[in-house]
Design a protein around this ligand. Structure first.
Ligand code: IPD
Ligand code: CA
Ligand code: CA
Length: 262
């Protein structure tokens, strides 16, 4: 599979940060048994991974801007391109020694996500997509699942954390989706939820209260795998609103109608 120069840059940054996270993950697994726990260690690992991504991308595209989870926004001379970087998506999993986390790097062009890389170093799965060029896991082309009925669909979601989001609203939404879907999952890394929709493992996904760095890359993956993504109103405002619904055309539409009925 021939990657464009742009995607190559993104992949190199994600792999390098991923190698650093993987080394630190080994340490975190050990720290589970200590009373102090690995929290401080993890936030250092997180910032270290972000610094690696920043350095790599800055070197390759010096003029692009950045929006990073840990360091915030960095303006670029080029106002139409901006990287969306989550160096460690799935922090809670990482902290608990659960091997489901990722480096997520998206690229926005004039506000539209146009390229995305999501890398889980624990499984060595590298998800890549660029607008108009398809979506891949490692070298294999991705297609969203073909199931048309919610009653056959496995839907993933995000459960708002302690002291975050609207818990009552989530429970109402969960109740109605649970009454229609074959099964529900909560894996704990938004970028991988989207990558797994692109891979046809999940039929659909919804979540609120996300940030642009969680979803910038994954949106491109789903769309390039033939899927659909909208915000919770059916519009295109996912990055700003932080809410999204993804799936193949039929499941995305049913999920949108179901959630609107809440
Ligand atoms: C979180 C994960 C999680 C989602 C959270 C996000 P983080 O990102 O993507 O799945 O439910 O709301 O904030 O904090 O692990 O980078
Ligand atoms: Ca995140
Ligand atoms: Ca993060």
């Amino acid at each position: 599979m021939l990657r464009s120069p742009l995607l190559t840059v993104m992949v190199q940054a994600a792999l390098k940060a991923g190698r650093s996270l993987k080394r630190d993950f080994g340490e975190v697994e050990e720290l589970q048994v200590s009373l102090k726990g690995p929290a401080n260690f993890v936030s250092v690992a997180d910032r270290k991974a972000e610094q690696i991504v920043f350095t790599e991308l800055k070197k390759a595209r010096p003029d692009y801007g950045f929006l990073m989870e840990e360091s915030g926004a960095v303006e670029g001379a080029d106002k139409s391109h901006r990287w969306l970087v989550d160096p460690l998506d799935g922090t809670t999993n990482f902290l608990h020694g659960i091997p489901h986390f990722a480096v997520s790097i998206g690229l926005e062009r004039d506000g539209v996500p146009v390229a995305g890389v999501v890398y889980n170093p624990a499984t060595d799965e590298l998800f890549t997509a660029e607008r108009g060029r398809g979506a891949f896991v490692n070298d294999r082309r991705l297609r969203v699942a073909a199931r048309k009925e919610l009653s056959a669909a496995v839907i993933t979601c995000g459960i708002p954390h302690l002291a975050r989001g609207n818990h009552d609203q989530f429970r109402r939404e969960l109740a109605v989706v649970q009454s229609k879907a074959a099964g529900l999952r909560r894996f704990g890394a938004a970028s991988l939820d989207l990558a797994w929709v692109a891979a046809g493992r999940f039929d659909g996904y919804w979540e609120r209260h996300l940030s642009a760095w969680d979803i910038g890359a994954g949106i491109v993956l789903v769309r390039e795998a033939g899927g659909f993504v909208t915000d919770l109103d059916g519009g295109d405002d996912m990055l700003a609103s932080g809410g999204l619904i993804a799936g193949n055309e039929a499941i995305q539409r049913s999920l949108l109608a179901t959630l609107k009925s809440v």
